[in-house]
Design a protein around this ligand. Structure first.
Ligand code: ZN
Length: 392
């Protein structure tokens, strides 16, 4: 009798909602639910068993209809409800999939890739953000399809990018530490030895892919060979750590590192390997000029210190924002100028410690990729010109 109750759908529903952790128990073999990250049905299989994958449990609710459950790494947590799974189908099928978030709300419009992650497209008729579940229709072809909250941008991508960049003259690769789970935290440096340093950081929050895309475009622009970029690299040094939370990226986490910490609230306490590695790396770089930390949120935003903040280059953030508005008009990132000493973010800590402008460069979740790249390249150009004093 007890086992009958335990295996009933009602118990597992309560388990899913109330007891994070119990759905990942591999001993569950239930007729309705299957534990993720791999769920196999007649003719179709779902899997979140790959880098950045996340699929907690599945349930078939009708012919070609499934509920897919997604749970964060721990709670409480910011509702950046990341999901990523593959569908392997024996033949073409029109599937109706209901994404159900345990402890979260729908945030990211689903993206689909039919070429194993090379190219992505938004699914049509994406549900609005904010609900606890979202139903999507997917026309799957025979074979392999990927569905994810954002195009996948994983550690393999960074590895290839960093290695390729480090083959260029004057670009140095460096491992700056290891994460709590032992993954490398990597960085690039380039530009004039001993010159003031422009610091660029990213992926403290794993799902924030549009910010990651902006960071890569920004760095790419700094590495070009036009006169502005050459002058900049002659006068400044650049230090880039594109993935400060590699465990979160690898494991498809919503927000935290493997110890359940939002590392962008650990700048000050420095309780985590990732933030200590970043702190020590910054201390090794010499004179810092400006720091930018790339993230994603609802809309394009530059979080900066207020005008006239203490320290060097107090005019930088306002001037950068003004120049982007001059070029982009209403398409420019919104500037939000404040200093919150109680928030242990990289922005606050770097500004207070080094007395330099420290910006959080936020890209909208739904800002298209080409727009994100165009704005990031322009921001890089304006940053170079401002730091060089070529303001006109
Ligand atoms: Zn963030």
């Amino acid at each position: 009798m007890l086992s009958h109750i335990l295996k009933s759908r009602y118990f597992l529903t309560a388990c899913l909602v109330l007891l994070p952790g119990c759905v990942s128990d591999p001993d569950w073999h239930l007729p309705a639910f299957q534990n993720g990250p791999v769920c196999v049905y007649e003719g179709v299989a779902f899997s979140g068993d790959f880098e950045s994958g996340r699929l907690t449990a599945c349930e078939q609710t009708g012919t070609n209809q499934f509920s897919l459950y997604v749970r964060p790494e721990d709670t409480p947590i910011n509702p950046s409800s990341w999901y990523a799974f593959s569908i392997d189908a024996r033949s073409q099928a029109d599937l109706s999939l209901t994404l159900t978030y345990i402890h979260g709300k729908h945030r990211y419009a689903p993206q689909i890739s039919r070429d194993d992650g090379l190219t992505w497209a938004a699914l049509p008729d994406a549900p609005e953000p904010g609900a606890t579940s979202a139903t999507i229709s997917v026309d799957v072809r025979k074979g392999h399809t990927l569905i994810a909250a954002q195009p996948l941008f994983g550690l393999d991508h960074y590895r290839a990018w960093l290695r390729q960049a480090a083959t260029r003259p004057g670009v140095a690769y460096q491992q700056i530490g290891v994460s709590e789970a032992g993954r490398d935290i990597e960085a690039l440096t380039f530009g004039a030895e001993g010159a003031p340093v422009l610091v660029l950081m990213g992926r403290q929050h794993p799902p924030e892919i549009t910010g990651a895309l902006a960071l890569e475009a920004f760095v790419g622009r700094l590495l070009e060979s036009d006169p502005l970029a050459v002058r900049f690299r002659d006068g400044f040094r650049v230090a880039v750590a594109p993935v400060l939370n590699p465990d979160g990226v690898a494991l498809g986490q919503w927000r935290h590192n493997t110890r359940g910490v939002d590392i962008n609230r650990d700048w000050g306490p420095f309780t985590q390997a990732e933030t200590r590695a970043a702190r020590d790396w910054l201390a090794s770089l010499g004179e810092l000029a400006v720091a930018m930390d790339f993230h994603s949120t609802w809309k394009d935003t530059l979080y900066t210190q207020p005008d006239g903040a203490d320290g060097s280059r107090p005019e930088f953030a306002g001037a950068l924002s003004d120049r982007l508005v001059h070029s982009l008009g209403e398409g420019a990132p919104h500037r939000d100028a404040s200093h919150n000493p109680d928030l242990a973010t990289s922005k606050t800590w770097i500004h207070e410690t080094y007395k330099i402008p420290a910006l959080t460069y936020e890209v909208g979740d739904s800002t298209p990729g080409d727009e994100t790249i165009r704005i990031a390249r322009l921001a890089a150009e304006e940053t170079m010109a401002l730091l060089l004093g070529e303001n006109e």
